[in-house]
Design a binder for this molecule. Structure first.
Ligand code: URA
Length: 326
């Protein structure tokens, strides 16, 4: 007999003098664990993880966006084979004040190298390494975004003052870059959530790509009034921040939506003329395609965009199989 169990938890960390310290809970048998536990009926993994962290450490947490890692392991309980799946999130807390529950006999805040030694399961150590790299990227992106979001304070700024940062996974393989947020994005502070975003979601779904696995952003990350094209001066001011973001995320592939993205990152003039062209540059695969707003206006262009995305996915999948073999 096999039964399935589902748990959720998190790598909870805090910063101390520039060092990331992870929270480890000590079990009565002396082993170290992360705050985690069963997903109860009706709970999502996120809700369960937050509840478990509160119960086991007394900490109220939010999760670092864009990260979830899943592990699966097997063990025997009496005559039964149990398959257990655990989803892990990441959360940063401000201070180290922990109140443990009766399930544990102590807790420690340990840097990455020490935490690796104390968490003895290989699959957890592998996720810990990924988490440490993710936290690094998260803090770099947060720093870039802080500086970028401060630009509107300068004089002569004509774009919206609301910064619309990129969103999604910082360790995914793919980055999607559009032109600039629209009115809906400006309102919600999130990229590609209006009509163009819905269209993009539909193409992603049909291609078998998941939005939460990639990082989606724009060349200019502020709404241009009246939805106009950003000026050359505005692009010049904003582009260096995007280039910094690309450098941190280091995707294997980048999809460039529309003329501005194609021109800004590749110097390619005309996304319609050059749609579907795949270029290798600085260790990444770039593909130019038409902007979803053009497809919103001319539905007949949907299939062009879809076939470009399918082509891009095939190239990326082939590359990731190759990377996995090496
Ligand atoms: N168009 C874009 O180029 N970006 C968005 O975020 C929304 C619409």
């Amino acid at each position: 007999m096999t039964s399935f169990e589902y748990s959720a938890g998190a790598f909870v960390y805090r910063m101390e003098k520039g060092t990331v310290l992870f929270l480890l809970l000590k079990k009565p048998n002396g082993a170290y664990d992360l705050p985690k536990g069963h997903i109860e009926k009706g709970e999502t993994a996120e809700v369960a993880a937050k509840r478990e962290i509160r119960e086991e450490s007394g900490l109220g947490v939010e999760f670092v966006p864009g990260f979830v890692a899943t592990t699966k392991y097997f063990f025997r309980r009496e005559e039964k084979m149990i398959v257990k799946q655990v989803k892990y999130f990441i959360s940063e807390v401000a201070d180290g004040g922990v109140t443990i529950s009766h399930e544990h006999i102590g807790y420690e805040w340990q840097p990455h190298a020490q935490a690796r030694k104390k968490l003895k399961f290989k699959n957890i150590v592998k996720i810990l390494d990924r988490v440490a790299a993710y936290i690094d990227k998260y803090s770099s992106i947060s720093d870039i975004n802080r500086r970028y979001a401060a630009i509107p304070k300068r004089s002569g700024w004509e774009l919206s003052t609301r910064f619309v940062p990129g969103e999604g996974s910082l360790d995914g393989q793919v980055m999607i870059i559009g032109q600039a947020p629209g009115a809906e994005e400006d309102k919600l502070g999130r990229p590609f959530v209006g009509r163009s975003g819905k269209l993009l979601d539909s193409v992603l779904r049909k291609t078998g790509m998941k939005r939460h696995d990639m990082y989606i952003t724009n060349v200019v990350q502020f709404f241009p009034p009246g939805n106009r094209m950003p000026s050359q001066a505005e692009v010049k001011e904003c582009l260096p921040f995007l280039m910094e973001q690309v450098k941190v995320i280091e995707p294997a592939g980048v999809i460039l939506l529309g003329n501005l993205a194609a021109a800004s990152l590749l110097g390619v003039e005309g996304s319609e003329k050059n749609h579907g062209s795949v270029v290798n540059s600085d260790g990444k695969v770039y593909m130019v395609t038409i902007h979803p707003s053009a497809v919103v206006r001319f539905k007949s262009k949907y299939d062009i965009m879809l076939s470009d995305f399918k082509k891009f996915k095939a190239v990326i999948d082939k590359g990731s199989r190759k990377r996995a073999r090496h």
